[in-house]
Design a protein around this ligand. Structure first.
Ligand SMILES: [Fe+2]
Ligand SMILES: [Fe+2]
Length: 416
C-alpha cells in the first residue's frame, strides 16, 4: 500500500488489510496536522479502521487527575456515536462523563499503570486482575462489549494525556473476535503519536494564551501612560481611544495588513506623550501662547520622540515615529522638522488626520465641537496641503466607521 492510499470505507475499514509501516507513518502525519478538537476523533477513526474495531471511545486527561470523555464511535449503533461537534443533546450527558485514574475502570487503570490491556472478553476477566469492567454503559444502551484494547496515550515523558479504547474486534466473517498482539502494537503506535500531538497542541495553546495576556498588558500600559499625558491637557482620556481607532480604520481602508493596522492602533495613543514634559502653566493656559510658549508646546513632538527612543520593539519604534511626526504637514510647513510629502512617516501622516479630526469634533475651552460635516469639510479642504490626499480619501471612504467610533467613545457630558 502506498503512503497516500489509506482510505476508509463507510464502515470504517481500511481498503486493504495489508498494514504497512508507511501506512502508519502516513496516518501519524495526518494526525499531527490536526487541531486538538478533531484530532482525538480522527485518531479513533484511523485506529478502529486499522485494527478492525466495531466501536471505540477516547478519554482525555482533565484537571484533578481525572479522565474526561472526548468522543465515541460505533458502526453497529450509530445512535451511540458522540463526535466533538455532535449537536445531539440526547447523549450530551456522555460529554460530561469523567472517571478517576484508578483501578475502578479499565481506562482509569490503564492511565494509572501506563500499560495497555488486551482483553478477549471483558465479562470474563483474568482471575485476580487489578482492574474492573463496568457494565453500566452496556446495560443502559443494550450494546454488548466483548473484546477490548485499552491503550494509554503517553507523551514524550511517558505521562498520560488520554486513553484510547477499541471495542469489539470484527473478524473478516463479521463476527466479534479477539484483538491480536500485532493490532495492539499498531494501536499503541498510533496512540503515542497522537499523544505527542495533543501535548504539543496544549503547549502551543498555553504559549498563545500567555502571548495574548502579554499583548493585553502591554496595550493597557500604553493606554494608561498615554492617558496620563492627555489628562494633564484637560482631556477626558477618550481622545486617545478615538484617535487610536480612527488610525486603525484608516490603515485598513488604505489596504494595509492586519499586523500594520494593529501596530498602529497600539502605538498611536502615545502621539502626545511628550506633553508630560511641558509645564502646566503652558499646557493649561487658556489664552493665546507667546512665541516662546508656542515653541515649548511644539517641543512635545521631540520630547515624545526622546521618551520613546531606543526601544528594540516594533510598537515603540512606531510610537516614536508618530510622536515625532504627527504635526508635520504634507506641504512641509509643519513642525518640528518641516518634513514634506512621503518623507513624513506614513504612521505620522495617518495619525495627523485622525488627531485633527478629533480635535475639530471635540469641545475645547476656546471652541464648541464642530459637526462631522464641518470637520470633514475642513479635512478635505486641507488635502494636499496639510494632509496626504490619499489618506484623506481613505478617511472619507471610512466615514461610516469613523462616526460609529466617534459616537461609541464620545466624551461623557460631565467631563465637557
Ligand atoms: Fe500633538
Ligand atoms: Fe492628540
Amino acid at each position: 500500500m502506498s503512503q497516500s492510499s489509506l482510505t476508509l470505507s463507510s464502515s470504517g475499514e481500511p481498503d486493504s488489510a495489508q498494514l504497512e509501516f508507511d501506512t502508519l507513518l502516513d496516518v501519524c502525519r495526518k494526525l499531527s496536522e490536526l487541531q486538538p478538537g478533531v484530532l482525538l476523533n480522527e485518531l479513533l477513526r484511523y485506529a478502529r479502521a486499522l485494527v478492525r474495531a466495531e466501536a471505540g471511545t477516547v478519554f482525555r486527561l482533565a484537571p484533578g487527575n481525572m479522565l474526561h470523555f472526548a468522543c465515541a464511535q460505533n458502526d453497529a449503533r450509530p445512535d451511540l456515536v458522540v463526535e466533538p461537534a455532535s449537536p445531539d443533546q440526547s447523549r450530551s450527558e456522555l460529554k460530561t462523563v469523567t472517571i478517576p485514574i484508578d483501578n475502578s475502570s479499565l481506562a482509569g487503570y490503564t492511565a494509572k499503570s501506563r500499560e495497555p490491556l488486551r482483553l478477549d472478553d471483558v465479562y470474563d476477566l483474568p482471575d485476580g486482575a487489578d482492574y474492573h469492567f463496568s457494565s453500566k454503559y452496556d446495560k443502559s444502551t443494550g450494546y454488548r462489549t466483548r473484546s477490548m484494547l485499552v491503550i494509554p496515550m503517553l507523551d514524550q515523558s511517558e505521562e498520560p494525556v488520554g486513553v484510547l479504547q477499541l471495542i469489539n474486534h470484527k473478524a473478516t466473517d463479521g463476527k466479534i473476535s479477539a484483538f491480536s498482539e500485532r493490532e495492539e502494537q499498531i494501536a499503541m503506535a498510533l496512540a503515542s503519536m497522537a499523544a505527542i500531538s495533543v501535548r504539543n497542541a496544549i503547549l502551543i495553546e498555553s504559549v498563545r494564551h500567555k502571548n495574548e495576556q502579554l499583548k493585553l498588558a502591554q496595550l493597557e500600559t500604553v493606554m494608561r501612560l498615554a492617558t496620563a499625558a492627555e489628562l494633564r491637557d484637560d482631556d477626558t482620556g477618550q481622545h486617545i481611544k478615538r484617535v487610536s481607532m480612527y488610525c486603525e480604520t484608516i490603515a485598513r481602508k488604505l489596504g494595509y495588513s492586519e499586523d500594520f493596522a494593529y501596530n498602529l492602533m497600539c502605538s498611536s495613543p502615545m502621539h502626545d506623550i511628550g506633553k508630560l514634559g511641558i509645564p502646566d502653566a503652558i499646557l493649561t493656559k487658556p489664552g493665546k501662547l507667546t512665541d516662546e510658549e508656542r515653541l515649548a508646546m511644539q517641543s512635545h513632538t521631540t520630547e515624545g520622540a526622546k521618551i520613546l527612543s531606543g526601544s528594540p520593539h516594533k510598537l515603540m519604534q512606531t510610537a516614536q515615529r508618530i510622536a515625532h511626526s504627527h504635526h508635520e504637514r504634507w506641504d512641509g510647513k509643519g513642525y518640528p522638522r518641516g518634513l514634506a510629502g512621503e518623507d513624513i512617516p506614513i504612521e505620522g501622516r495617518i495619525t495627523a488626520v485622525a488627531d485633527v479630526y478629533d480635535a475639530l469634533t471635540s469641545r475645547r475651552c476656546y471652541k464648541p465641537p464642530f459637526t462631522s460635516d464641518k470637520a470633514y469639510e475642513i479635512i478635505q479642504e486641507d488635502a494636499g496641503t496639510h494632509f496626504d490626499a490619499r489618506i484623506v480619501a481613505a478617511f472619507v471612504a471610512a466615514r461610516d466607521d469613523i462616526e460609529i467610533i466617534q459616537e461609541t467613545f464620545r466624551d461623557k457630558p460631565e467631563a465637557l
